[in-house]
Write a protein that binds this ligand. Structure first.
Ligand SMILES: NC(=O)c1ccc[n+]([C@@H]2O[C@H](COP(=O)([O-])OP(=O)(O)OC[C@H]3O[C@@H](n4cnc5c(N)ncnc54)[C@H](O)[C@@H]3O)[C@@H](O)[C@H]2O)c1
Length: 266
């Protein structure tokens, strides 16, 4: 039986990487998916192609998640197409790296705006829609599910990436506060914190054998993660199987957070 049959899921930043992995994994489990992209239409079309190849159904939605008006427009189109929303995955994110002393304020603001405020905006729109649908009679079902994309850097500081690590630390506390405020509406809010997943965001690592080896050293489980690893976790968090899981973070990181050099950092 498909675990998300008939559910409507909106996934931001689904034109590549982890977002694409989640869209495909959810579509395989019967969800209809909204594939949000910002600039990469070709990537969004590829995601849709893979969703359909897996027997799923999806629509493509352009929006900058850091812009309230564009987010509102995206929700309107999603609701026009699917009628309602069951699952919100706030996944879109960027990196603009520099050491603290050299970081440009614009880069600080842009990363915070997309990685943190963008997740806030999409989660808030989704939660309002979930609440509009009213009381859920079946106690073993949520009225809606929000999955935030965090990172192991929500607990591990990351020199040279202060804006990114700060945004993810913020995502963790935002997720927990949303879960507290929304639990009585039977809305579940959780986060996934990936370790090192092979996607375009860390392209420079995959291009450089030395850097790849260094990264692998930090992963006790000795393999780099795949978007599918995160997709499978997101499916579980969105399904009724995890109905009692609320306000928590799942680290999908091959034990990276337990790398001895990191212990005590968190
Ligand atoms: N890859 C990893 O190792 C890793 C580890 C931890 C967390 N993450 C998180 O996973 C999420 C997805 O990253 P990824 O690794 O798949 O990289 P990615 O670059 O493939 O995906 C990021 C997506 O966000 C989209 N995006 C960027 N700005 C946007 C905006 N303003 N509005 C809408 N969409 C926008 C991009 O177009 C892209 O599709 C991010 O939040 C990232 O921080 C990734």
């Amino acid at each position: 039986m498909q675990r998300l049959k008939g559910q409507k899921a909106l996934i931001t930043g689904a034109s590549s990487g982890i977002g694409r992995g989640i869209a495909i994994a959810m579509a395989k489990e019967g969800a209809q998916v909204g594939i949000n992209y910002y600039k990469n239409l070709e990537g969004a079309e590829e995601t849709l192609k893979q969703v359909e190849a897996n027997g799923g159904e999806g629509i493509i939605l352009q929006a900058n998640v850091g812009d309230p008006e564009e987010v509102e427009g995206m929700f309107k189109k999603f609701l026009d197409a699917f009628g309602t929303i069951d699952i919100m995955v706030t996944n879109a994110g960027i990196q603009k790296d520099a050491p603290f002393l050299e970081m440009d304020f614009k880069d600080w603001q842009q990363v915070l705006n997309i990685n943190l405020s963008g997740q806030f905006l999409c989660a808030q729109f989704a939660a309002k829609e979930f609440i509009k649908r009213g009381v859920v009679k079946d106690r073993s079902k949520a009225a809606g599910k929000i999955i935030c994309m965090s990172s192991v850097h929500d607990i591990i500081p990351w020199a040279g990436h202060i804006n990114y690590a700060t945004s993810k630390g913020g995502v963790m506390m935002m997720m927990k506060t949303m879960a507290q405020e929304l639990a009585h509406h039977k809305i579940r809010v959780n986060a996934i914190s990936p370790g090192a997943i092979k996607t375009p965001i860390n392209e420079e690592v995959w291009q450089n054998e030395e850097k790849r080896k260094e990264l692998l050293e930090l992963i006790p489980y000795q393999r780099i993660g795949k978007p599918k690893d995160i997709g499978n976790t997101a499916v579980w968090l969105a399904s009724d199987e995890s109905d009692y899981v609320n306000g928590t973070t799942i680290y999908v990181d091959g034990c990276m957070t337990l790398y001895p050099g990191f212990i005590g950092n968190g």
